[in-house]
Design a protein around this ligand. Sequence first.
Ligand SMILES: NC(=O)c1ccc[n+]([C@@H]2O[C@H](COP(=O)([O-])OP(=O)(O)OC[C@H]3O[C@@H](n4cnc5c(N)ncnc54)[C@H](O)[C@@H]3O)[C@@H](O)[C@H]2O)c1
Ligand SMILES: O=c1ccn([C@@H]2O[C@H](COP(=O)(O)OP(=O)(O)O[C@H]3O[C@H](CO)[C@@H](O)[C@H](O)[C@H]3O)[C@@H](O)[C@H]2O)c(=O)[nH]1
Length: 481
Amino acid sequence: MVKICCIGAGYVGGPTMAVIALKCPEVQVAVVDIAAPRINAWNSDHLPIYEPGLEEVVKECRGKNLFFSTDVEKHVAEADIVFVSVNTPTKTQGLGAGKAADLTYWESAARMIADVSKSDKIVVEKSTVPVKTAEAIEKILTHNRKGINFTILSNPEFLAEGTAIKDLFNPDRVLIGGRETPEGAKAIKALKDVYAHWVPEDRILCTNLWSAELSKLAANAFLAQRISSVNAMSALCEATGADVSQVSHAIGTDSRIGPKFLSSSVGFGGSCFQKDILNLVYICECNGLPEVANYWKQVIRVNDYQKTRFVNRVVASMFNTVSGKKVAILGFAFKKDTGDTRETPAIDVCKGLLGDKARLSIYDPQVTEEQIKKDLSMNKFDWDHPAHLQPTSPNSIVKTVSVVWDAYEATKDAHAVCILTEWEEFRKLDYQKMFDNMQKPAFIFDGRNVVDVDSLRKIGFIVYSIGKPLDSWLKDMPAVA
Ligand SMILES: NC(=O)c1ccc[n+]([C@@H]2O[C@H](COP(=O)([O-])OP(=O)(O)OC[C@H]3O[C@@H](n4cnc5c(N)ncnc54)[C@H](O)[C@@H]3O)[C@@H](O)[C@H]2O)c1
Ligand SMILES: O=c1ccn([C@@H]2O[C@H](COP(=O)(O)OP(=O)(O)O[C@H]3O[C@H](CO)[C@@H](O)[C@H](O)[C@H]3O)[C@@H](O)[C@H]2O)c(=O)[nH]1
């Protein structure tokens, strides 16, 4: 029986291993983590992450060929294939701070693999890492190897949160990179055999190690670039009277451009895009390519501009001050169908409004009060570390923030509503009821284009919807980003 162990029971390790266990009943899969609460949650009825379809898959396999454990060393020692899916945060200190990937967790996992192994192993990079990381990992493994053979593969993950199970069941492609040696080819085949249980052969792409590592960073850079491009257009739409949804549709029908990933928003969030682009920028700089670095840096700059532009629009529209005013925030997760808040644009928007002394009432169907308060008190990049290394006590900024479990409660007596996540339920709210219970003039700032602007204007709201033709009220109160 092939034994797989995955180090890191997070958003990637948990779902990917659960799907491998489901699709390969004869393979034994152990997912291990240093965070005991996370492992306990995986073993309970309340999984540590919300992801449609995940619970069913876990329940089907858990205890049969899928195990969650804190006994990292035991399961690594027993495994034939070890996936490493630990955090690879942005460095906050020292060389490359604010850009380079921090490989502390990866390195400590590699050292532990070298220490506890008693048999040959394939070690798979599942985390997103800088190109050429495999070379460093190989050095750590082989330096301590005691006659054991380690073969390293790169198998980056392309799942998106909220659709992780769908993406894993039916991936556009699985990418496996390995050394162009007989051992490398043998290891690639072993991993390919796992995925071939359910992924068609022509969708399993095999490349050299560096192409696989770089393709992951390149894919995220290209995806984020589309969003920054459409968001840049949204500012021009507002200035000219064009409608960004119509522009997206018009350009997306060109088959060379395609319709996906052209939805204008308050900015992209999530644990990956910003981190991976910063990492790419750093690699370009280290390779003496400042023009290439600047090109990609601009994707992040436009994303920051979009969030600032949104906050400025809110404040400028409300007579240039939100001091003491109640502002309802609908949606805090970085996208719908997830409870994940990592790098969510809601953090920057809320911090911007709090900076102007607003009182916030926040509602998100999947995010807890504890998480929101933690996010609003944390420093940039602190979130991407194992739970026990994150700050715990919220600071004073969160005193003017309340978190409620209902959109109507959040908007009661509010001066304005900001929609920051595109949850389906926000399309179906009773906006008349909401309007009746708000201060007047009542404002809606839709950062996700979920509301029907015309019907809300008929109710009496002053509506701002990103990239849409401006209300005459807003035209008279220009926001300078
Ligand atoms: N979240 C996504 O959608 C996504 C998609 C593709 C790739 N990635 C990449 O995958 C990697 C993991 O991302 P994630 O979202 O699953 O992160 P996560 O924070 O949810 O999970 C990482 C887990 O690794 C554990 N860990 C860290 N060091 C460890 C060690 N030495 N031994 C055992 N466990 C350890 C942490 O406790 C944590 O539970 C990152 O490199 C990320 O960029 C993420
Ligand atoms: O047209 C769009 C599409 C997305 N977004 C935003 O972009 C962010 C990222 O969305 P998405 O890519 O769907 O989610 P992630 O889970 O961050 O997935 C991305 O990052 C993962 C981690 O590397 C990759 O594996 C995935 O392929 C890649 O899509 C979210 O804030 C979305 O709201 C937009 O603003 N407009």
